[in-house]
Design a protein around this ligand. Sequence first.
Ligand SMILES: NC(=O)c1ccc[n+]([C@@H]2O[C@H](COP(=O)([O-])OP(=O)(O)OC[C@H]3O[C@@H](n4cnc5c(N)ncnc54)[C@H](OP(=O)(O)O)[C@@H]3O)[C@@H](O)[C@H]2O)c1
Length: 394
Amino acid sequence: MKFRRIKRRKFISNIARYGAALPVAGAGLLACNQSSTKEESSLPAATESNKLNILILGGTSFLGPHQIAYAMDRGHSITTFTRGKTRPTVHQELFDNVNMLIGDRADDLSALENGSWDVVIDNSGHNVEWTKSTAALLKDRVDLYVYTSSTGVFYPYLDSDTRENVEILLEEPEGVTDEDMKIEYWYGVMKANSELAARKEFGDDRTIVVRPTYMIGPADKSNRFIHWPVRLSRGGDILVPGKEQDPVQYADVRDIAGWMIRLIEEKKAGTYNGVGPEAPQTMPEFVREAGGAFDVSSNYVQVDDYEFLKEHDVEHIVPWIMPEGNNYGSARINNEKALATGLTLRPPRETVRDTYDWWYSDALTDEKRNEYEQDGTVVLNREKEILQDWAERG
Ligand SMILES: NC(=O)c1ccc[n+]([C@@H]2O[C@H](COP(=O)([O-])OP(=O)(O)OC[C@H]3O[C@@H](n4cnc5c(N)ncnc54)[C@H](OP(=O)(O)O)[C@@H]3O)[C@@H](O)[C@H]2O)c1
């Protein structure tokens, strides 16, 4: 039991650190750079008159470098604001041409006191006060505020087909004793109030809020999704958690990044759920499609008993989150508005392949890989035992 709580806590704290939808160099990197869907690549690049000066609060971790690559490719120029601690693991070469401002959202915004930009993208908004301060400081020197929120604002996920305009919680409910749930409530409420803080300063017509679901792809340091690229590459008997019809939602980080830049170019103020795939998908469908990334022989073993999975500490392997209780609707978010405004989504086999290439590239150290691949608590290393129990159980 103790073991189970630690594992769950690790996952929840990842939500707080990396965001989520909770609901959670080399050839590969070139692929990160260049992969684009038909719709994206057919768009004209910016001309001199519509080149944008973009300020990114954050920008050096997961989503940021992909936004930078897409925006620079289209002729825009980039300034980032960070503490200078996080190093990008994709598109490193582009940062020679990024104006990198150093400060701290907690207590040092001096680098942002001068200058003007067409748009600010707030990726590092993990505190309502931070967004309040930067929005207030920048509102007369920047045209548009883009807040990277999360579908986590919909927690608890009790409904299906959740649209952008449903009421969301602005206060954490009292009386919640479960520590993990408290973190999930905190994250959703923090994101919801940060959205409001941006809107309050910039107004509805100068604010874009994007609420991504789980973003997956190269540069994801959370280790939430890496199970699938590593596991699917090995073939053999592969545990597929959940019931046949369990829904999954996710989006390649590069698809979210490109779409956000296009929303900005078109100044499409509003709130958008950033959710894929385009059509509803079940977990077995996801695994089969993603498995196409590798030329190996695989046998997918569906383990569809939630109680058995809980007993074996398997309640989530992103993109699968056990869809019950407060997580019933975490993968049942409506994405019509996103699709109508140009969100295009690449197939999961492409994401899985590129993430695999990134994971085994020089961008990461052996230490980082081993931290995950030799961790006895992750499903990757417990799968054989779980499948044996499953077989014995009949
Ligand atoms: N990952 C997902 O699946 C997911 C899903 C939904 C929503 N989101 C949201 O997406 C957003 C983007 O996440 P990301 O990891 O891709 O962001 P990012 O912009 O790529 O990286 C986070 C950045 O914040 C900077 N930072 C952290 N603390 C700071 C501070 N005190 N002052 C100044 N800068 C600071 C980091 O640089 P330094 O460390 O150098 O300061 C880093 O550049 C987040 O708001 C997250 O909540 C993520």
